[in-house]
Design a protein around this ligand. Structure first.
Ligand code: FES
Ligand code: FES
Length: 439
């Protein structure tokens, strides 16, 4: 029998059809490809090979399966079970549990006639305050452990968690501990002036033994592991993510240097920790309250060495100065995170535009005096947010069509050029634009 005859007689037990249909980027229903179906289907094939499923399972590409708002979607025969999926972890679970184990993955299943995805409850963790210590005059260091004594979810340097107050507020804090220490999160909480209520409540109400709810760690400010040299620039409380970075960089003997800027020694949080970790790779810059007397950015950032990356975290003025002084650095080599917006920040004028919510099949008008987030919530749709200033990434939403005007501080220039995500608390559309959102 020839090889072709053998192939044509091959009988598969399981057929998987993954929609990889493409549509124009402004199509109101969106498409599976616009939500990353091509890359995920390719990953599924690779995993299928690794798991040696080839003789039994055929993983096919398919065109539109008419469940576009719920996609990416796949259907698995012979049972005819529909799944939506968004990540490699979802694919792994479908392969492991359904295809290999024969058990349905309930959380990803689509029901007949379903027209919108069931909202997923965001995961929360319960933390307990183990230690509180004054770090400098307006910052306290908090050591938080899990309420049940178990290891906490892992994190990478630059990550943050959000704490939830009893007042219904949500505030983001960088993780300032060693990522290798799995049973404790270290945070620095600064009394904000003026306070919007969150940090003040936490500082006044969180004592040793108290419990607090938190989000899982997320990272908008990761280290680039390929860099040859890391220049870290911290201003005040902006030291917190640098502490976590320092633990990893020192352990890996990576080339790095920390510039730590503050008005004076009394205003420096986490100074002991920074000295212990960075040792002779630390330069302190005290400006006595006059930024012109502080770090000499033109000389620090003059000539980047080969594959050098710079990371800045701190007050808006410092972040803006570093970005301006490093504007000649190669694309992607300047990373920043800031905790507040400049009080004098020029606000661009707002125009009226529309959003099409692809999963809900709803068009909403966004007037100049409201954000997308306001309008979406006004329509009764739950969306998570925290800073509502374009700083934390909490309201990050997939963009399936239209041209946004990005106003956030989370997305990098290359993220913005790719154009498949936006922060709906602050970014907008131009007059008359329709933005298609994956909501
Ligand atoms: S584009 Fe995938 S189901 Fe229509
Ligand atoms: S809520 Fe923080 S970026 Fe939108």
């Amino acid at each position: 029998m020839s090889k072709n005859q053998l192939t044509s007689k091959r009988h598969y037990d399981i057929h998987v059809f993954c929609c990889i249909n493409e549509r124009k980027s402004d199509h109101p229903r969106g498409s599976c490809s616009a939500r990353g179906a091509g890359e995920l289907q390719a990953y599924m094939k690779v995993r299928g090979k690794e798991l040696k499923l080839g003789k039994r399972v055929r993983i096919n590409k398919s065109g539109c399966l008419d469940r576009c708002e719920l996609g990416p979607v796949m259907v698995i025969y012979p049972e005819g079970i529909w799944y939506h999926y968004q990540s490699r972890e979802d694919i792994d679970e479908i392969l492991e549990h359904h295809v290999i184990g024969g058990k349905l993955v309930q959380r990803l299943m689509l029901q007949p006639g379903q027209s919108a995805l069931t909202p997923v409850e965001p995961q929360r963790i319960e933390l307990q305050v183990q230690k509180v210590k004054e770090s400098c005059n307006d910052v306290c260091r908090y050591d938080l452990v899990s309420s049940d004594g178990q290891d906490l979810p892992s994190f990478t340097p630059g990550a943050h968690i959000d704490l939830f107050t009893e007042l219904g507020l949500r505030r983001s804090y960088s993780l300032a501990g060693d990522p290798a220490v799995r049973n404790c999160y270290v945070l620095g909480i600064r009394r904000e002036k003026p306070s919007r209520g969150g940090s003040e409540w936490l500082l006044d109400h969180l004592s040793v033994g108290d419990h607090v709810s938190a989000s899982l760690p997320a990272n908008n400010f990761p280290l680039d592991q390929q860099a040859n040299h890391h220049t870290l620039i911290a201003g005040g409380i902006g030291i917190t993510p640098m502490i976590a970075m320092g633990h990893l960089l020192m352990r890996e003997r990576a080339s790095c240097h920390l510039h730590f800027c503050a008005p004076d020694e009394r205003s420096v949080p986490f100074l002991d920790e920074a000295r212990d970790i960075f040792d002779d790779k630390l330069t302190l810059h005290f400006d006595g309250g006059d930024p012109t007397q502080g770090i000499d950015l033109p000389s620090v950032l003059k000539d980047p060495s080969l594959n050098e990356h710079v990371y800045v975290c701190g007050p808006p003025g410092l972040v803006a100065s570093v970005r301006a002084q490093a504007s000649h650095w190669p694309p992607g080599s300047v990373h920043w995170e800031q905790f507040s917006v400049a009080p004098t920040a020029q606000t661009k004028s707002n125009e009226a535009f529309s959003v099409w919510l692809s999963r809900q099949q709803v068009r909403l008008d966004v007037p100049p005096d409201q954000s997308i987030l306001d309008v979406v919530r006004g329509a009764g749709i739950e969306v998570e947010s925290s800073c509502e200033d374009g700083l934390c990434g909490c309201c990050r939403t997939r963009l399936l069509g239209g041209v946004p005007e990005h106003r956030d501080m989370v997305l990098t220039d290359s993220d913005k050029a790719i154009g498949d995500e936006m922060m709906i608390c602050i970014s907008r559309g131009k007059a008359g634009e329709t933005l298609v959102l994956d909501l």
